[in-house]
Design a protein around this ligand. Sequence first.
Ligand code: C5P
Length: 406
Amino acid sequence: MVLSEKRILLIISGGIAAYKSLDLIRRLRERGATVRPILTQAAQEFITPLAVGALSACHVYTDLFSREDEQDVGHIRLARECDLVLVAPATADLMAKMANGLANDLASTVLLATERPVLVAPAMNPKMWSHPATRRNLATLQADGIRFIGPMAGEMAESGEQGLGRMTEPLEIVAAVEALLDDAPKPLSGRKAIVTSGPTHEPIDPVRYIANRSSGRQGHAIAAALAKLGAEVTLVSGPVTIADPTGLRTIHVERAEEMRDAVLSLLPADIAVMVAAVADWRVASSSGQKIKKQPGDAPPALLLTENPDILKTVGHHAQRPKIVVGFAAETQNVEDNGRAKLTRKGADLIVANDVSPDTGIMGGTRNRVKIISATGIADWPDMDKDEVATRLALLIADRLVEGAKP
Ligand code: C5P
């Protein structure tokens, strides 16, 4: 069991998702972990220390100024005597405190004092999650090396609102904890990977843009799968509505040119997987002001110009990564187009798929791909995008190891 002997310091902050933390404690303990819980004051409005204590079979810490607790272990020992600090749920308030180094209760003090890895599972109203203040705090915390899992999209427990904000389900949090604490050697340890994902938005004017139907699901899944195999992954994502994957860094961009700049700034790297559905064209000179519709005027003509081909640039770059993988989303002649792309773009592998509307692949959760390389074509059966990602990551790892052989 990956988690046997592992000590998790679980910080539960005040949100309705706190009820899921009771199950989370059980799941972690089932896998052999010991769980030492800290409840914020607000968390105690949602679940009781009694329930948390019973499920964790451990003393529940709630108060920074408890003389008894300070004599027992003290907040500095709490911060140190663990393998991982897990914050689930993390409210917007606690994230704001963490991002600003505030330490005015036990949870925030321990978070400021700890040198252990910290994994955060946010849960809040979608408006709070998308608020610029929370976006800033998230970026600060990610830059500080804090890992995140979720939030997920779905219906909010209190308001019935839809959007990103639900806490990730306990079993998924457990899987992220296991991945973080798994110290077994991994095939891509020490390897640097760049993954692009999602669409790009090419502005027509400040309010309108050209885009495509990419959801980012496949690219994000590939970034996560490479990270699981131990690679140090940076995901360069266009605008998507899905959450950033955990265990890696995500850079958010809008336009193809921004995506290219971000990718090139990340070279040198060992692996590049270019999954993004980059817009082929952008508006030659997008307007700085909203283009107004005037009665009687003809519709404006849009003059398009070609976007940089990021895959091709990387595939022919002086600092070309050892493995370069491209995608070919086609609606016809999938194999021929894929093979042509392999040479034209300087890729080692092309993952080709038929994205005709009746396949449901674009935006869906499943994919059916052909892997095209210089030596042939492998036809993979229809499977979940996560499964495609895992298999592709393993294939990349195999090729890197083979390439390393004398
Ligand atoms: O030429 P096409 O768009 O079909 O090629 C698809 C592959 O090239 C994908 O891997 C995609 O991420 C990449 N690409 C790119 N930059 C572009 C266009 C495509 O990186 N401007």
